[in-house]
Design a protein around this ligand. Structure first.
Ligand code: ARG
Length: 580
C-alpha cells in the first residue's frame, strides 16, 4: 500500500512539474509512513513539507495542490491535510478487505518479495572448534537463522556457511595434549572446554610441551598424515557438540553447511599473490599489508590489513578474503550477510574494501556485516557463570527448559508429563531465542530468565499463548486453522479495522527484515498483531456473533491472524503450540 501511495504522489509531482507549479527535475525520495493514530488516516507523507522550499510555497498550499493533482485510486478513500502540511491517506476498507481475502486464499499469505529473487550467502554461527560453543555464538546462530528463513520465505535462495574456526596455533596445543593422553580420550572430549583448559595449563607450565605444540602446528600445516588424523578426529567431535546445540535450538544448520577456515588453506597463497599482482601489497616490517587510506589510526596513519605475517603465516583476514572470493565466484552470490559480533565491524569494513579493490567479488555483489551487540548477564556485565567462567550454551538451554517446565506445571498441574515436557521445550527454547531476536540487533542486551519467561510483554510465552488463543477458537468449532472458510471479510468495528490494517502489513515487514537483517522488526510486528487480536477478541464476539455473515467475517479475520502469527513465529524459528 505504501508503494501504491508513493506512486500516486509521484504522478501528482510529475503533473505539477508539467504545469509549471513545481520546478522541473525534482527527484525527491517520497516518504510514506504508517500512522499511529488511525483517526488521522492510515498512511502519512511529509512530501509537501520537503518540497515547499524549492517550490517557493507554504507547505499547506503545496499540500492542497498535490491533493488536487493526485490521480483517483479506488484503494484510497480520502486524503486530508494535517498539521503543518502532512498528507494523510485513508485506505478504502473494501479494498483492504479484498487484500486480506487474497492473503487468506494464498499459502504464502499474499506476501511477495519486493524486487527479484536473489542468491544470498549467510555466514552464521561460526564458533571456534578448539573450544566448546558458548553463549557468544548464540546470537549469530539464531539471528542468522531467522533472517535466512525470512529470505527463503520471500523466495531467495539461501546458502548457509558455517565459517568455523578449525585452524590456527591453538590446534598445536590440543594435538600435543591429545598425544599425551591415551587416544581413547573420548570421555575427556565430552568436556571440550575442560580439555582445552587442561591443554592450556600444560602449555603454560611446561616449555617442552609448548615446543611440541609449536612443532605439531608446523607438521599439521605441512600436511602430516598423523597430525591431520588427530586434528580431524578432534574437529569431528567438536562439530558434533555444535550440531547437538543446533538441533536443540531448532535452527536450520546441518553438517553440510560447515565450510571452515581450513577449507581455504590452499587458496591463501594465491590470495596474497593476486593482491601483489594488482599492486595492492606493501611490505611492512616483513609483513604483507594492504594499506587503506580511508581507515586511519588515532595518529592519522593509514591502517593496514595484514594478509601475511613476517614468518609467512596467514591471518583471519586472509581467510576471509579467500571466502569472499569463493562466495562471489563459485557460489555466485548476490549478497553475503555476515552475522558476526559488532566488535569485528572494522575487520569487515576493511576486508570488504580490499576484496572490492582486488576484484575478488563481482561489482554488483553486496557485502553486509550484520553486526550484533553483546549478550550480558542480568547485572548488565558480560555473561559469566558464578565462578567467572564462560557459560555453556547447552547448560543455558537446560535451565531454560527446566524453568519453563516449572512455570507451565504451576499453571496447568493436570497436564500429563509427556505434554508438559513438550510445552516446556517449546516455551523454554522459544523464550531464549525470542528474547534475543526481539532486541535491536546492534544493541547489547541483558539475558534475563525471569523477563524472557514472563507471560506479559514482548516475550515468547505471550506470543505462543496468543497463538493458542486463536487456535482454541477453531478447536471449539472442531476445525483446523487452515481449512477454507465460508463468507467474506467485512470491516465494521474499529477493532476489526485496526486488526485488518496490521494484517495487511505482514509482507512489508518481512521485506524490511530481509533488507536490513533485523528480526526484531518481525517480533515487534507480531507483538502488535497479538495485541490487536486481543482487543478484537474482546470487543467482537466470534462464536457468539449475532449474525452468520458477521461470524463468518470474524472467523476469517481470526484465521488470517492465526496463520500470520504461526508463520511469523515459524520464521523466527519458534515452535508453536496448540495449547499450553
Ligand atoms: N570464528 C569467529 C569468531 O568466533 C567468527 C567467524 C565469523 N565469520 C567470518 N567469516 N569471519 O570470532
Amino acid at each position: 500500500m505504501k508503494d501504491v501511495i508513493r506512486h500516486l504522489i509521484q504522478q501528482a509531482l510529475t503533473r505539477l512539474s508539467a504545469e509549471g507549479v513545481l520546478p522541473e527535475g525534482l527527484a525527491p525520495t517520497i516518504q510514506v509512513e504508517n500512522t499511529k493514530d488511525k483517526t488521522h488516516g492510515d498512511f502519512a507523507s511529509n512530501i509537501a513539507l520537503m518540497l515547499a522550499k524549492p517550490a517557493g510555497m507554504k507547505p499547506r498550499e503545496l499540500a492542497e495542490k498535490l491533493i488536487a493533482a493526485l490521480p483517483v485510486d479506488e484503494r484510497v478513500s480520502k486524503v486530508d491535510i494535517a498539521g503543518p502540511g502532512f498528507l494523510n491517506f485513508f485506505q478504502n476498507g473494501e479494498a483492504l478487505a479484498q487484500r486480506l481475502e487474497a492473503a487468506l486464499a494464498d499459502p504464502h499469505l499474499g506476501v511477495r518479495k519486493a524486487g527479484a529473487a536473489q542468491r544470498v550467502v549467510i555466514d552464521l554461527s561460526s564458533p571456534n572448534l578448539a573450544k566448546e560453543m558458548h553463549v557468544g555464538h548464540l546470537r549469530s546462530t539464531i539471528i542468522g537463522d531467522g533472517v535466512g528463513r525470512v529470505l527463503e520465505f520471500l523466495g531467495d535462495e539461501v546458502i548457509r556457511q558455517n565459517h568455523v574456526g578449525d585452524w590456527g596455533t591453538q590446534f598445536g596445543m590440543l594435538l600435543a595434549y591429545l598425544e599425551e593422553q591415551p587416544i581413547d580420550a573420548e570421555s575427556e572430549l565430552a568436556d571440550l572446554e575442560g580439555f582445552y583448559r587442561a591443554a592450556k595449563k600444560r602449555f603454560d607450565e611446561s616449555p617442552e610441551f609448548a615446543d611440541r605444540a609449536r612443532q605439531l602446528v608446523v607438521e599439521l600445516q605441512a600436511g602430516d598424515a598423523d597430525c591431520l588424523r588427530l586434528w580431524n578426529r578432534f574437529n569431528d567431535i567438536s562439530l558434533s557438540h555444535c550440531q547437538k546445540v543446533y538441533d536443540r535450538l531448532n535452527v536450520k544448520l546441518t553438517p553440510a553447511d560447515v565450510k571452515g577456515e581450513s577449507a581455504y588453506n590452499d587458496d591463501l597463497a594465491q590470495v596474497v599473490a593476486d593482491l601483489r599482482s594488482r599492486g595492492l601489497l606493501t611490505e611492512d616490517k616483513g609483513a604483507q599489508c594492504v594499506f587503506l587510506d580511508e581507515f586511519k589510526n588515532a595518529e592519522g596513519q593509514p591502517l593496514p590489513v595484514i594478509v601475511q605475517k613476517a614468518g609467512g603465516g596467514y591471518l583471519y583476514a586472509t581467510t576471509d578474503l579467500a571466502a569472499m572470493r569463493y562466495r562471489s565466484q563459485v557460489l555466485k552470490a548476490d549478497r553475503a550477510l555476515y552475522f558476526v559480533d559488532q566488535r569485528q565491524a572494522l575487520h569487515f569494513q576493511m576486508a570488504f574494501e580490499v576484496a572490492r579493490r582486488a576484484d575478488f567479488v563481482h561489482p554488483g555483489m553486496r557485502l553486509e556485516h550484520m553486526g550484533f551487540g553483546t549478550m550480558n548477564g542480568a547485572d548488565g556485565r558480560p555473561f559469566k557463570t558464578r565462578d567467572g567462567g564462560t557459560v555453556k550454551l547447552i547448560d543455558l538451554l537446560d535451565e531454560a527448559e527446566e524453568r519453563a517446565y516449572a512455570l507451565v506445571k504451576g499453571k496447568n498441574p493436570e497436564l500429563d508429563e509427556v505434554e508438559l515436557r513438550h510445552i516446556a521445550r517449546a516455551v523454554g527454547i522459544g523464550a531464549v531465542k525470542y528474547a534475543d531476536l526481539s532486541k535491536h540487533r546492534t544493541s547489547d542486551y541483558s539475558f534475563n530468565f525471569e523477563q524472557m519467561l514472563s507471560f506479559e510483554g514482548n516475550t515468547a510465552p505471550y506470543l505462543l499463548y496468543a497463538y493458542t488463543r486463536v487456535a482454541s477458537v477453531f478447536r471449539k468449532l472442531g476445525q483446523a486453522l487452515d481449512v477454507p472458510l465460508a463468507g467474506h471479510i467485512r470491516l465494521e468495528a474499529e477493532q476489526e479495522q485496526a486488526l485488518a490494517t496490521k494484517l495487511a502489513q505482514f509482507g512489508e515487514v518481512l521485506n524490511n527484515v530481509a533488507e536490513k537483517g533485523m528480526p526484531h522488526l518481525l517480533c515487534a510486528y507480531l507483538y502488535d498483531l497479538a495485541g490487536l487480536f486481543s482487543s478484537f477478541y474482546e470487543h467482537c464476539p466470534i462464536l457468539a456473533a449475532e449474525q452468520q455473515d458477521q461470524q463468518q467475517s470474524r472467523l476469517r479475520l481470526a484465521a488470517l491472524t492465526g496463520r500470520t502469527l504461526g508463520q511469523g513465529l515459524n520464521l523466527l524459528g519458534l515452535e508453536t503450540l496448540e495449547r499450553m
